[in-house]
Design a protein around this ligand. Structure first.
Ligand SMILES: O=C(O)CCC(=O)C(=O)O
Ligand SMILES: [Fe+2]
Length: 413
């Protein structure tokens, strides 16, 4: 029996309705993507002398701030454990498609994108989304235990660098709220660029990713998509939305995606350090760029967004809505949002007023009298240029603190 989910069959109508191999330049994947090494951090220095430890922690914090993504080597998870994880992953994905629903708890197995209304909203992949509490009895348990403690350690280092010796992560990220996602990206022979996983940011504190050598992970750096060169010895760490909010925008939750390969299948496993639903995320410093919100509230917003726009990211509505207006001149992820909003304004209406007001809001944040209250330049650029979590968080949670009193922040939310 076939192990592959019926992706071709199920999404036939989307292929029929989409112009394939378009030369339209509003498709970001037609833009040449440069392959880059992520910052590479050797964690063995954490057990050396104080100076080495300090240096290592500084590199971690800098990478979290400047890139939102980095790689770690000598992370304490042996090649043998990673091999075992891979074997188990291949085993669960290679069983007949129908049996996959019987693994782990209900709803763990997912494939494709049920809400997709166009090819751009389709993820050509399958995944097991497994709460850590379900892993305790499986052969992945030794990996899971190690990766969970690595995540806690990194979260503490990142918090410590902001002057917070925090037990917050230990208290709020429990085995019932953290999970492991096993991803498989089948080859995709269709002559069009289809995502393995659509552009997104992670709704967690941080993610630890183990990928194979096929490649396909891409992320936004300085407003451009770059491809991550796989390193067999390294795990990839990325900052999630909640760390960005908790750090008051110091660390960056960066948009990333996976592109498919025409002939090779790809496997990856991601551990998500997530808080319980009741956890309230509040910035660790004042004045806070974000208002308080609970994980539950945030998840609800994300779900509403996906239902309405097919994407978590609200900005996509501007780029992907079907419209009689002329096509915007470049990819929405390559184009500064302001440009798009002014373009829509000039075209006479139907412009997103909330977007425009948010741009004003960002501008005001950047010109506050007290430089300490202004966002970092990198955050401001990210806000302006990418579909990052920063945009999303600002869209829904930006609060008026620190702004001139005549400006009502509520209008931006
Ligand atoms: O497979 C990958 O490289 C990325 C996976 C990912 O971004 C995710 O599961 O959130
Ligand atoms: Fe992700």
């Amino acid at each position: 029996m076939d192990p592959d989910p019926p992706l071709h069959e199920t999404y036939k109508a989307l292929f029929a309705n989409t112009k394939i191999s378009s030369t339209d330049d509003d498709d970001r994947r037609l833009v040449t993507v440069e392959e880059r090494e992520l910052p590479l951090i050797d964690l063995s220095r954490l057990s050396l002398n104080e100076a080495e430890q300090k240096q290592c922690k500084e590199e971690i914090a800098r990478a979290g701030h400047e890139w939102g993504f980095f790689q770690v080597i000598n992370h304490g998870i042996s090649m043998e454990l990673l091999e075992k994880l891979r074997e188990e992953q291949v085993r669960v994905f290679k069983q007949p498609f129908r049996n996959k629903f019987l693994n782990f708890s209900d709803g763990s197995y997912r494939w494709g994108t049920p809400t997709a209304t166009s090819l751009r909203q389709l993820s050509w992949s399958e995944a097991f989304h497994i709460p850590m509490t379900d892993i305790s009895s499986s052969s992945m348990e030794p990996f899971a235990t190690k990766v969970a403690s690595l995540a806690q350690k990194l979260a503490e280092i990142l918090a410590d660098k902001l002057g917070h010796n925090s037990t917050f992560f230990q208290q709020s990220c429990l085995p019932s709220s953290c999970y492991l996602r096993l991803n498989r990206y089948p080859p995709c022979l269709i002559p069009s660029d289809i995502y393995g996983l659509m552009p997104h940011t992670d709704s967690d504190f941080l993610t630890i990713l183990n990928q194979d050598q096929v490649g396909g992970l891409q992320l936004v750096k300085d407003g451009k998509w770059i491809a991550v060169k796989p390193n067999p010895e390294a795990l990839i760490i990325n900052i999630g939305d909640f760390f960005q909010a908790w750090s008051n925008g110091f660390y960056n939750s960066v948009e990333h995606c996976v592109v498919t390969h025409p002939t090779k299948e790809r496997f990856s496993a991601a551990y998500f350090l997530c808080p319980s639903y009741e956890t309230v995320i509040e910035s660790c410093s004042q004045p806070s760029v974000y208002s308080k919100f609970s994980f539950r509230e945030y998840k609800q917003k994300v779900q509403e967004d996906v239902q309405r726009y097919g994407y978590k990211n609200t900005h996509q509505k501007v780029c992907f809505q079907t419209s009689s207006r002329p096509k915007l001149k470049a990819s929405c992820t390559e184009t500064c949002g302001t440009e798009q909003e002014w373009l829509l304004w000039n075209e006479g209406g139907n412009f997103p007023i909330d977007e425009l007001l948010r741009w004003v809001h960002i501008a005001l944040l950047c010109v506050q009298d007290d430089p300490a209250l202004r966002p970092a330049v990198s955050s401001a650029i990210l806000l302006l240029r990418t579909n990052s979590a920063a945009r999303f968080l600002h869209m829904i949670y930006l609060q008026p603190s620190g702004l001139p009193s005549s400006f009502s922040g509520n209008t931006c939310i």
